[in-house]
Write a protein that binds this ligand. Structure first.
Ligand code: TMP
Ligand code: ASP
Length: 237
């Protein structure tokens, strides 16, 4: 496999074409961004940690029967992935209230949500990723009703697998964001799953172990991501 030109540069990852038209290389950079790119810093080792963390999670999801774009790790900061036609939506499941839902609805952080709640956001930094509903998605053609159902089904299936996985490591999966794309006519999981795109709290102390450490300037961001990985058995070197 030969890596060719950069196709897309996101806030934390870059995507490269390869000599295989169906396969891309995903590069995890050290860039760390929050608030739709308004706060950006380089955090040493973060690209490597997220690349390996994501590989571990994607393999767990595949083992649970959830199809993902992940093919294999190439090196510390790069993975090989299937080329997807990305759906421009972010799927968020919340098990515990935190983040934007607290501001939006005026609810306290830390409430158990039963059942867990689900939200769609439009992937558009310039607009601050606005929340959208299923009518918006249908009217503007961002996804078909069948794709919407599949994304919800898969996002909740991921919740079942990962809530338990993190609990076994003494952590609460508070919320997370997934992105999907179409491969060979099927909706499959794309993007990444790492502490950059979810909230994880220590089960007993509720210490924040995810990107809120960066958003809120709490420090020890990458050290915390590594601690999460170690608790799950992820090997970083
Ligand atoms: P929120 O509370 O800011 O809406 O975020 C909910 C979860 O989704 C949180 O774990 C962070 C993640 N997320 C991203 O990773 N990127 C995004 O652009 C958004 C809107 C949320
Ligand atoms: N990932 C988004 C950003 O960089 C949102 C966030 O995580 O706060 O701005």
């Amino acid at each position: 496999m030969e890596k060719r030109q950069e196709l897309y540069k996101g806030k934390a990852k870059s995507v490269f074409t390869t000599d295989d038209a169906n396969v891309y290389v995903m590069l995890y950079r050290n860039d760390t961004s929050a608030f739709d790119g308004k706060k950006v810093e380089q955090l040493d080792r973060k690209g490597m940690v997220n690349n390996k963390f994501n590989a571990f999670i994607m393999q767990k999801l595949e083992a649970a029967g959830i199809e993902t774009h992940f093919i294999k790790l190439l090196n510390d900061t790069e993975s090989l992935v299937k080329k997807l036609e990305m759906i421009p939506l972010e799927c968020v499941v919340r098990n515990i209230s935190a983040g934007s839902i607290c501001k939006r609805l005026g609810v306290a952080e830390g409430q158990d949500l039963s059942p867990p709640t689900f939200e769609f956001f439009l992937k558009n930094d310039a607009l601050g990723d606005p929340m959208v509903n299923e009518y918006h998605i249908r009217s503007f053609g961002w996804a078909t009703p069948e794709q919407v159902e599949k994304m919800k089904e898969l996002t909740f299936k991921v919740n079942g697998v990962l809530k338990q996985l993190f609990l076994d490591g003494g952590m609460l999966l508070v919320d997370y964001k997934l992105e999907f794309g179409v491969y060979d006519g099927r909706v499959i999981l794309g993007d990444e799953f790492s502490p950059d795109g979810c909230r994880l709290w220590d089960k007993d102390t509720r210490k924040k172990l995810d990107k809120d450490r960066f958003r809120q300037g709490l420090g020890g961001v990458v050290e915390s991501y590594e601690e999460v990985g170690h608790r799950l058995g992820v090997k970083f070197d």
